[in-house]
Design a protein around this ligand. Structure first.
Ligand code: HEC
Length: 150
């Protein structure tokens, strides 16, 4: 009886993995981009007016300081390809976790305006290829406390 139940549950779990919602992005693949062209697109699309990028020399941001965010560098949660695509084409969907919660609260909505009507798909792919390796996983800080009673 128990075995039958386990087999049934396993089949249910395996089956659930196959049901794709119509909005599933599962088989979404983009061709490889070019980081150098991404760097050029970053300036051409004026991204540098609000963003510096860790380890890259760019003209200094010129926007109101409240709208400036440094991209790349050490982060607690590495950005996936999907995170960066979404951040670029749909900035209103979620505010960056690089901001403190109080900054997010003050900001309310993203001051970043999508450039979807002027950016080419190639520029988008190149931008993500340019930005992704600029992020680095922040090492977790472990604190050990040894209490030693002789
Ligand atoms: C008016 C200023 C402004 C411009 C121009 C701008 N951004 Fe942003 N961007 C922001 C701000 C502020 C945030 C943080 C709020 C948010 O998450 O939308 C942000 C967030 C991001 C993030 C998410 C960062 C992270 O690590 O969480 C990416 C990626 C990004 N921008 C890329 C771009 C690119 C590429 C361009 C050019 C096409 C661009 N931005 C243009 C202001 C701007």
């Amino acid at each position: 009886m128990r075995t039958i139940l386990i087999v049934f549950l396993a089949a249910l779990v395996a089956g659930a993995g196959c049901t794709k919602s119509p909005k599933s992005m599962r088989n979404f693949r983009l061709p490889d981009g070019d980081a150098g062209r991404g760097n050029a697109a970053f300036v051409a699309l004026k991204c540098h007016t609000c963003h510096s990028v860790a380890g890259v020399e760019l003209p200094a941001p010129t926007a109101d300081p409240a709208k400036i965010l440094a991209l790349g560098g050490p982060v607690a949660r590495l950005r996936t390809y999907g995170d960066l695509l979404t951040a670029i084409v749909h900035p209103a969907s979620e505010l960056s976790d690089k901001l403190t919660s109080s900054d997010r609260w003050k900001m309310g909505t993203s001051p970043m305006k999508p450039v979807n009507d002027v950016m080419t798909v190639s520029q988008l792919i190149d931008l993500v290829t340019f930005l992704q390796p600029r992020y680095r996983q922040l090492e977790p800080v472990y604190e050990f406390e040894y209490s030693h009673t002789p």
